[in-house]
Design a protein around this ligand. Structure first.
Ligand code: ATP
Ligand code: MG
Length: 434
């Protein structure tokens, strides 16, 4: 790292020249040992924050309460943190106050896993008092110290454990795993935001299926601060589908697929994602895909709205259902659903509504859904060649909520190929409909 990152070696040099100890620590050392790409560089030092600030022309006090100063160089920014041990752990979370210390080994000791508790000095020597390198060579993820205590101090570490085990393809060392099983209920004390962030990184990572299996085996999902109405154990019935999740590149697609496998109504999923503190945009994107599939399935099985004007040809063929529902959900959701179905469709399901859908509608959607979308001239009211105002003046009517409904009706007619997206044809159809 030090050869590649001149900034990092400069920070270490400056601090040691000033008479302090300074090391690279944490994730960057781990990733260097593993020969993996390095994300952010953390530096630990015996210098106190104000002493760090005095060593460099440009710094930012980004985390003074934790002893962290960000050093700003042309090459990038570096987080420099004073050696510390954590004061009392409170409420099974990491404490807000810290105690500065002068000893590197003590600083490494407070870290979660042996592979994260290594340091590297300015000459590239690795300091590894807890044998992180040995564990990495064995492919083992192990807590520093007594695992039960470490998970008891900070319950988030249990999720980090599963994240690292899955993304770095490690076996959780036996006593660490037993401790995790024992302490799992403590996850209740961790804010949903932090839980969500870890879950996202697991699902985003190279081995989402392994993360899901470890989560289920650990029962951690049973101990979330907010109980989610999601039957996670249903994933067990979709073993092959879990393995297929990593074939999806986009994060939203992975979540949509995993949540689809739970076979709960899309609206319940949307609420659960809110509880998990997903952003509105993320939640809606996932929800829209599930809702689209649900509506297509309902319409095909005769469970759709019998008043649905656009689909009154009976029986509604898949093409019509697809086009109408796709313009209602939006193009993004429709394309996402096709990506999911391409991955899921070849996987034999168990019994159940989703399995039935995969057997019946999905093959044709996979074959023709994309072409059908291409035939749809526009997916939103904004793209229609006529506006609500135009309609009102042409029809000589007061503007009102009827405009939106009429526009939606016209949009779906164009989607079905009954008229082009041209002003005159739209007006004509509008007059006929009124
Ligand atoms: P990545 O950035 O890839 O998630 P990382 O190991 O750098 O991995 P960070 O969350 O950036 O993880 O934390 C940096 C270091 O701080 C870790 O390597 C670890 O030594 C320590 N650390 C982070 N979170 C905890 C925790 N909850 N308990 C103990 N030590 C922790
Ligand atoms: Mg990091």
């Amino acid at each position: 790292i030090l050869e590649k990152d001149r900034g990092a070696s400069y920070v270490l040099e400056k601090l040691t020249e000033a008479g302090y100890e300074a090391y690279l620590v944490g994730g960057c050392v781990r990733d260097a040992v593993l020969d993996r790409p390095i994300k952010d560089i953390d530096i630990a030092t015996s210098a106190l924050p104000e002493q760090v600030i005095a060593c460099f022309p440009r710094t930012a006090p980004t985390g003074l309460q934790h002893g962290t100063v960000t050093v700003i160089l042309q090459q990038g920014t570096y987080e420099v943190t004073t050696f510390r041990k954590e004061a009392e752990y409170e409420g099974f979370r990491r404490p807000s106050s810290v105690a500065y210390i002068s000893d590197l080994t003590e600083d490494l000791k407070r870290r979660d896993f042996t592979m994260n508790a290594m340091a590297m000095d300015g000459a590239g020597n690795v300091v590894d008092p807890f044998e992180g390198q040995k564990d990495l060579a064995l492919g083992v993820l192990r807590c520093v110290g007594k695992a039960e205590e470490r998970f008891g101090e900070d319950a988030l570490r249990m999720l980090r454990c599963i994240r690292f085990a899955s993304t770095y393809e490690l076996q959780v060392e036996e006593s660490t795993w037993q401790a995790l099983l024992a302490q799992a209920p403590l996850l209740r004390h961790i804010a949903m935001e932090r839980v969500r962030s870890e879950l996202q990184r697991m699902i985003d990572g190279p081995a989402p299926a392994r993360a899901v299996r470890l989560l289920l085996a650990s029962r951690l999902t049973a101990y979330l601060k907010k109980q989610l109405p999601l039957p996670f154990e249903r994933w067990l019935a979709w073993d092959n589908a879990l393995d297929a999740v990593s074939a999806l590149e986009e994060q939203h697609d992975r979540w949509s697929m995993l949540l689809m496998l739970l076979e709960v109504p899309a609206d319940i999923v949307r609420t659960a994602l809110q509880e998990l503190t997903f952003s509105r945009a993320d939640g809606d994107a996932v929800w829209a895909v599930l809702a689209l599939r649900e509506e297509v399935a309902a319409q095909l099985s005769g469970g759709g709205d019998p008043q649905d004007a656009a689909l009154q040809t009976d029986p509604a063929p898949l093409e019509r259902v697809w086009k109408v529902r796709a313009v209602r959900s939006g193009e993004a959701a429709a394309r996402a659903l096709l990506r999911l179905l391409r991955v899921l469709q070849p996987i034999a399901g168990q019994r159940g509504e989703l399995a039935l859908f995969l057997d019946t509608a999905a093959p044709e959607l996979v074959r023709r859904g994309e072409d059908w979308l291409r035939e749809v001239p526009c997916f939103s009211l904004k793209e229609l060649a006529i506006s609500g105002k135009d309609l009102a003046s042409e029809l000589g009517m007061q503007p009102g909520p009827w405009m939106g409904k009429l526009l939606q009706f016209l949009l779906e007619r164009t989607a079905l190929g009954e008229m082009p997206n041209e002003r005159e044809s739209l007006l004509q159809a509008a007059r006929a409909a009124k």
